[in-house]
Design a protein around this ligand. Structure first.
Ligand code: SF4
Length: 321
C-alpha cells in the first residue's frame, strides 16, 4: 500500500492575489490564509464548513482575517490534543490516565509559548487558570474509556494531509492520528473535546470525515478503511467507512462549494446566513444581520480580482524549493 504522500512544502500563489503586488510569492499552503488579504484556491474542512454555515463568516475569517477571541473551551481542546499526541511518545506500558493527566501542565505551557497572550486573554488569576486546566482531566478520563492506548501503535500523529484536484483546487487538513494495520488498511482518528452532535445534526461531522477521506484517497490512491471521531465530551464515537462512489460525490460537492466561493468573490456578495451559531460568532458587531456594517473588503479580495488555482500558478522571484 502507498504511504501517505508527503506534502509539497511550498507552492506559488498567483501574482494578482499578492497584496504587495511585487510578483509571485511563495507561500506555505498551510499559512496561505495568513499571508495577505487574498483568496487562494484551497479549502480545509473548517473553512468549507464556515462557508456552508455563513458566507459572511467565511469572508471575515479568510479575507478580512479579523482576529477572534480565544475561548476557554477551544484552548482546552488544544491542550488535550497536545497531551494525546505526546502520549504516544511514551512506551505503551506508560500510557496511563495518571500519566496523561500529569502531562497537562506541560501541554498548557507549550500552548502559551505558541500564543503568548492567551492566558491573560482567558483568565483573571492563576487559580482560575488552574481550575480550567483541571477541567481537562475528565476529558482525558473519557478518552481512556473509549480507547486503550497501550494497544495502539499509530502510524502518524498530527499529520498534515493535502492534495490538488484536477482543476487545481488544493484540499488540505490535519489528521489527529492515522493507524495502519498489518494488511495496510488505514484508520483515521480525530479527537473532539465537545459532545457528539445530536440526531439530525451529524451532517457537519460526516462532511469533515468525507473531506479527509477524499484528501487521503486522492493523495495516496487508497480509500481509508475507517474514519472515526472520538467525542470526549460525552464518550461517543462516530464511525464512517467510505467507498469510492461516496468520495466521488464528496469531490463534486467540494468543487461546487469552491465555485460558490468564487462567485461570492466575483460579485462581492458575502451574505450573512443567520442561525443559532450566531450566538457564538465574534462578528455580530459588524454583521448586517445584527445591525452592523462589514468593513470594506481588503484590496486583493475586492470583486473582479482574478482567482487562479494554486496548482496552475507560475513560480516567480523568490521561489524556494
Ligand atoms: S453573526 Fe451569524 S450571520 Fe453574522 S457573520 Fe456571524 S454567523 Fe454569520
Amino acid at each position: 500500500m502507498s504511504e501517505v504522500a508527503p506534502v509539497s512544502p511550498l507552492v506559488s500563489v498567483d501574482t494578482t492575489l499578492d497584496p504587495a503586488g511585487a510578483g509571485a510569492v511563495v507561500v506555505d499552503p498551510a499559512e496561505a490564509w495568513e499571508t495577505g488579504p487574498a483568496l487562494v484556491a484551497s479549502l480545509s474542512p473548517s473553512r468549507a464548513g464556515d462557508f456552508m454555515t455563513c458566507p459572511l463568516l467565511y469572508r471575515f475569517r479568510v479575507l478580512d482575517r479579523i482576529p477572534e477571541k480565544p475561548s476557554q473551551a477551544a484552548v482546552r481542546g488544544t491542550v488535550v490534543h497536545q497531551v494525546l499526541e505526546d502520549l504516544f511518545d511514551l512506551p505503551a506500558e506508560r500510557r496511563t490516565v495518571e500519566q496523561a493527566t500529569s502531562m497537562l501542565p506541560a501541554a498548557w505551557d507549550l500552548v502559551q509559548e505558541q500564543e503568548v497572550d492567551v492566558a491573560a486573554a482567558l483568565f483573571n488569576s492563576a487559580e482560575e487558570a488552574q481550575t480550567w486546566l483541571d477541567s481537562a482531566v475528565p476529558l482525558l478520563e473519557s478518552y481512556f474509556r473509549l480507547e486503550d492506548p497501550t494497544t495502539l501503535d499509530p502510524a502518524e500523529r498530527e499529520m498534515r494531509v493535502e492534495t490538488t484536484l484536477d482543476d487545481g483546487l488544493v484540499l488540505r487538513g490535519f489528521v489527529d492520528r492515522l493507524d495502519r494495520n498489518a494488511a495496510g488498511e488505514t484508520r483515521v482518528v480525530d479527537y473532539k473535546t465537545g459532545k457528539a452532535p445530536g440526531e439530525g445534526y451529524e451532517q457537519k461531522a460526516l462532511f469533515q470525515m468525507r473531506f479527509y477521506a477524499l484528501v487521503l484517497w486522492r493523495a495516496t490512491g487508497v480509500v481509508p478503511r475507517l474514519l472515526q471521531l472520538l467525542y470526549l465530551g460525552n464518550e461517543q464515537v462516530l464511525r464512517y467507512s467510505p467507498d469510492e462512489s461516496d468520495l466521488v460525490a464528496t469531490e463534486r460537492k467540494v468543487k461546487a462549494l469552491w465555485a460558490a466561493i468564487q462567485r461570492a468573490h466575483e460579485t462581492g456578495d458575502w451574505r450573512p446566513s443567520p442561525s443559532r451559531l450566531c450566538d457564538w460568532c465574534d462578528h455580530q458587531v459588524r454583521c448586517p444581520a445584527f445591525g452592523g456594517t462589514p468593513p470594506p473588503l481588503p484590496g486583493a479580495a475586492r470583486p473582479g480580482v482574478v482567482v487562479e488555482p494554486l496548482g496552475t500558478a507560475t513560480a516567480g522571484p523568490g521561489t524556494a524549493g
